[in-house]
Design a protein around this ligand. Sequence first.
Ligand code: GAL
Length: 656
Amino acid sequence: MSPSLADVTRGRILFGGDYNPEQWPEETWHEDVRLMKEAGVNSVTLGVFSWSRLEPEPGAREFGWLDRLMDLLHEHGVGVVLATPTASPPPWMGRLHPDTLPRDADGRVEWWGGRQHFSHSSATYRRYAAAITEDLAARYAGHPALTMWHINNEYCTFDHGDEAAAAFRRWLREKYGTLDALNSAWGTDFWSQGYDTWDGILPPRRPHYMKNPGQVLDFRRFTSDMLLECCTAERDIVRRHTPHLPVTTNFMPLWTGQDGWRWAREEDVVSVDLYPDPRDPLGAQRGALVQDLTRSQARGPWMLMEQAAGPVNWRGVNHPKPRGLNRLWSFQAVARGADAVCYFQWRQSRQGAEKFHSGMVSHAGPEGRTFQEVKRLGADLARVADQVSGTRITADVAILHDWHSWWAGDHEGRLSTRVDYPEVLTAWHRALWEAHLTADFAHPEDDLSGYRLVVVPQLYLLTDSALANLLAYTREGGTLVCGFLTGVVDEDDRVRPGGMDARLRELFGIRTLHEWWPLDAGETVACEGFRGTLWSEEIEPAPGAAETVPYRGGELDGLPAVLRRDRAWYLSTLPEPDALRSLLAGIAAGAGVRPVLDGLPHGVEAVRRGDLLFLLNHGREPVTVPVPGTHRELLDGTDVTDTVTLGRYGVAVLRS
Ligand code: GAL
């Protein structure tokens, strides 16, 4: 069996963060470990951006400082997630080897002086990355502090340079075999783009006018694959040295650049970085979405690799977390399956680009509110850890999501640039979240038979096997709800005849999809009983096939906004939030799916994990939550009967 997060947690919740002690004198390290102990920190991630320290000139190795740190952390009982430092090559690499630097679509070089300035296709970069990884793994394989490997950091670079172009051609040859197949998949007869030689193919560099969508889609697939090759190359090196230790790489939340399903299969531990805006009224829900997605990628417990104890510094205006919010959002992650609650970063930097980004120890020091709250959180997590760690969440609802469909639907030539896939996904997840229906995410080709309800906010691209999967799911009694722009194209981004796959039209009782009618900003469309936003469609239903909810007024008056045929529903618009929530709640009830708890006051989130019920108050006012029966509240260690009161941003963890 391959190693997993459970091998590291051993019944605990990991608590800690990125630790960048090379920014501090050694005396501070001693204060750090003392404060870590005080806060209950049991895990830190070291070395994420240490390459220029470890290899100050080509081929040199400076491990002494890291040896001392590993020993110090071990002495204080803090486990180390050791990172390969390959996300930020030292300046000498770009200077001596300009071929390691990526280029954007305009041909501009991404220079050193920031980070992530490496070309995934550069043989030179890969050689240096492998060498430092090899030496790091060899040196620390036997170190008792080492618990896990962290490869690189937030893989996210695109490269349009020459070496990437050659790699793209190789990737395409492998995929298509012949130029005819490529020309057909990309529809190159449009605008005279037919290729007569592989050498003529480029990454989608900036053309005079719109890019070929097939080329762009394959370039995104290629980029995800190339970054994954970099990641697995390093993973394989560390695995060779420590086959018993798990390996992770941290994802960005709902990030477009990687096929997150495919990547997750290559990791022992799935981890994510999560930074909802404390001022965003939907911040908690956006967090929940990422947590649900990460849990689904992990198929079990996952690791919150990074969050902020206070403000970030990369939004236009960066707000701190009000008192209690850090604890609340940390418990939300645990409720939704996290077995690790970690931060960027341990101690706030005094220099560098992120000196105004919070740390667990802020500029205010150990007396500051941030560290005091971190300490309290550490103690609270320790109180519930043995009852939570390793337990699972069961969901009756699946939300289908696919990166390839996102990439294809994102093309500049689409009918409405207002249709933003992550926002559509968020709107549907929000409806379920507000209805207290716990949902997993799933790939459209996954086995869906365990779910009573499957929702498809928008899968513009559906492969033939995904279509067959959805049809089989409904045939076998599942309830399916699809949003607009679903099933429009095949896997080459070729529009399916009729503008929606014929089998799907048949499923929903659609005879003809005459036109798509996108809506302008601020425009809504009246439907019977609610208003639609973003999109509408001119649909002619198949006579007698479907029950419908019509559009009212305007061009589409009387035509169906919503169609339902047996257990298959189609929404040709995005209902306003309240309407989407009650529609999905009603459909879920019909499919036998119950909310986590009835009678929850506004702003309270409820999640069941294992035998525990987590209650989270996202409001600043105290609320009383009905919880029939007697339960043990694990944070206070008291019994509660029939109701529990949650204070401002309060949390309760109940065992019945
Ligand atoms: C993450 C990154 C960290 C730090 C953090 C700031 O994207 O992995 O290194 O930059 O953001 O929010």
